[in-house]
Structures are given as C-alpha cells and as structure tokens.
Design a binder for this molecule. Structure first.
Ligand code: MRU
Length: 351
C-alpha cells in the first residue's frame, strides 16, 4: 500500500507510546498527542481528540497495551483482573460505536487465553498491532468494493467524517470516494458541515483537499437544495453500528440525509467494515445513542450562543432505517436488502 493510500496517520504506536493526531486542533494544527497511560487514552476518546468508530476501536486496543505494560501484577489472574477493569472503562467512553467494544473484546479474548504475565503483555500488544494493520487493509478493500458505484457520478454527498481520520487511514465512506476518484478524477464531493462538532467542515474537507479531491462544504440545512439542483449521483456515509436487520446508527443528521436522498431518487450507501455490524442488536431501536454535553450546541468558541435558561438536546447519533439504505459497502463486497440475509451470509463467509 502506498503512502498516499495511508493518507493520514491517525493512530500510531511507536516505542511504547501511543500517538494520536489531535482532531480537535484540525485543520489549524497537525499536532500529535503522546499518550503514556490508558487513562489519557480514555480521555482522548471521550473528548473526541480521536474519533470515528474504527479509530477509537484501535485506539482503545492500544490503551489496553499501555495498561498491561504499566501493570505491576505478579500473577496472570491479578493482571487479568486489572485489565478487565480497564476494558470496562474504555468501553464506557463512547457507547454507540460498536467497533470500540469489539476491538476491546478482541484484545481481552487474547488476554484471557494467556498463561503468564509476560505472555499477556506480548499477546495484547500483538493483537493491537494486528488490529491496526488490518484496519488499513480493510478500508482499502471497502474502497475497492464501492468505487464502481461512483464510477459515473459527477457529485457525491457525505456527512460527518468517515475518512482516514476516523480509521487508521484511508477511511470507509471517504475510502470509497478516494478509490472512485482514481478512475473518476472529476468527481466532486459535497461535504455536510455536520453540526455541532463540524467533523465535515473541519475534517472531511481537510483530508479531501489534502488528497486533491475537489470538495465544497455546505451547512447541513443546504443538503436538500443541493440534492435537488446539483446532479448528485449518490450519498455515501459511514456507520457506528449496523444492526442485524440493516438499520444504521451514524452521526446525527445521517437519517435526515437518507430521507432527502430517497425523496430525490438518489442512492444512499453506508460504508463500514464487518466489525461495525452487531448481530446482538436486532434493530436500530436497541442501539444506545450517546448523548453529548449541551455546551457543544449552546456555546461557540467559549461564548454562549443560546439563552442560558433554554435547554439543548445533543444526541451524537441517529438511526437510519434499513429501508432507506440502498447498499452497505463492506470489505467483502456490497450488501443489499434483505439485509438479515446478506449480513448473515457476509459474516458467515468471513468466519
Ligand atoms: O462522533 P464521531 O465523530 O466519532 O462520529 C463519527 C461518525 O459518525 C462516523 O461516520 C462513523 O464513526 C464511521 S467512521 C469510519
């Protein structure tokens, strides 16, 4: 894979230190946070310094590496008990993105199977490194699976940031756009700004521009008229959790974009790795939706923008019903309705 395919280094573990690109400082500054303990990792996930479902999964895996390396436990049992507590705390940082719990469980399965403290230290680091490497390869495959869907598109619209920044690199929705752009270099991307934390305006535009992909940022409320007027070939977004029936939780505003896309006869695609599919969640109504601090809405750059007496409601995600999803682009191909069947077959094929 070329360095252009990597695009951006979001998460890297070097010399026993975890480096995270500080996404709260982008696009003004490209600075890395050096996490020396798991508590700092948990804080970085909660504060959105690192965000995006696959990226926080891999980050949490390295949080466990830092915890196991710092442990002074003398027995495997004692070390495992400590790690189970850390795992719980890391999972609790963000409840909707299932990749977080999934990655932590992948690491814990290895930790539980080890017999010695040294074996646990090594095993936990090896699996975290493997998840890191696999994420990049999986995103590239998602890009290849979906590129054909945008082969003739003049325009595509996306919401939030499901790019290299939201993964180890390359991205899911932006990975599809990156791959499509190789054969369709005139492809133009409409980027929803994505209230309230502006992942579209700050992050997607930053990485698309960096890769020479033409894009224009719009306020979320402009999506309807853009879809009516601008010859948009498809909407492509990421996902934080896909239920067994194909309902999709993703950044707040995704559901609205799906409704608009259907109204205008524009295909609406979700790009996600198989690790984002949660068979234990039967449908969208069972997905826990993370509630974020009201200040993300009621303040702008530290200044109040709403009367202090007025309440705000700040769900971080919404659920798009499967019937509005025209395809789920995964590393093993594009899944189509009925999703109960196509999802099950894709997961069975994987195992
Ligand atoms: O709150 P965020 O910024 O973590 O939300 C991110 C999203 O909603 C992404 O679309 C999703 O995690 C997929 S990232 C490949």
């Amino acid at each position: 894979m070329s360095s252009k395919d990597q695009s951006i280094f979001t998460v890297d573990y070097v010399d026993n230190k975890l480096m995270l690109l500080d996404q709260t400082a982008l696009p003004a500054e490209e600075t890395y946070i050096h996490c020396e303990n798991w508590q700092r990792v948990a804080q970085a996930i909660s504060d959105l310094e690192v965000r995006g479902a696959p990226a926080i999964g891999v980050t949490a895996a390295f949080g466990l590496v830092l915890a196991v390396k710092a442990s002074s436990a003398e027995t495997q049992e004692e070390m495992l008990d400590e790690l189970e507590q850390v795992a719980k705390s890391l999972i609790a940082t963000r409840p909707t993105a299932v990749n977080l719990a999934w990655a932590v469980q992948e690491v814990m399965t290895v930790a539980r199977s080890t017999k010695t403290t040294e074996g646990m230290r090594q095993g936990v680091e090896d699996i975290a490194q493997r998840l890191h490497a696999e994420d990049l390869a999986i995103c590239k495959s998602i890009g290849d699976s979906g590129a054909e869907l945008l082969a003739d598109a003049e325009n595509v619209i996306t919401h939030c940031n499901a790019g290299g920044l939201a993964t180890v690199g390359y991205g899911t929705a932006l990975g599809v756009i990156r791959s499509a752009h190789k054969n369709n270099p005139n492809l133009h991307v409409w980027v929803d700004e994505t209230r309230p934390v502006l992942q579209g305006a700050r992050l997607s535009s930053y990485e698309l521009h960096r890769d020479g992909i033409d894009c224009t940022v719009i306020v979320d409320g402009a999506a309807a008229s853009v879809l009516r007027e601008s010859n948009v070939g498809a909407a492509v977004v990421g996902a934080d959790r896909v239920a067994a029936n194909g309902d999709v939780a993703n950044k707040i505003g995704t559901y609205g974009l799906a409704v608009l896309a259907r109204h205008h006869g524009i295909p609406f695609y979700v790009a996600a790795p198989l690790s984002t599919i949660d068979l234990s969640t039967p449908n969208g109504s069972s997905i826990e939706i993370e509630q974020r601090p009201g200040l993300e809405i009621s303040e702008y750059r530290g200044e109040a923008i709403t009367p202090t007496e007025v309440g705000v409601h700040n769900p971080a995600f919404d659920v798009t019903p499967a019937e509005l999803v025209d395809g789920i682009i995964t590393e093993v191909g594009v899944l189509y309705a009925p999703y109960e069947t196509s999802i099950r077959e894709a997961l069975e094929g994987k195992n």
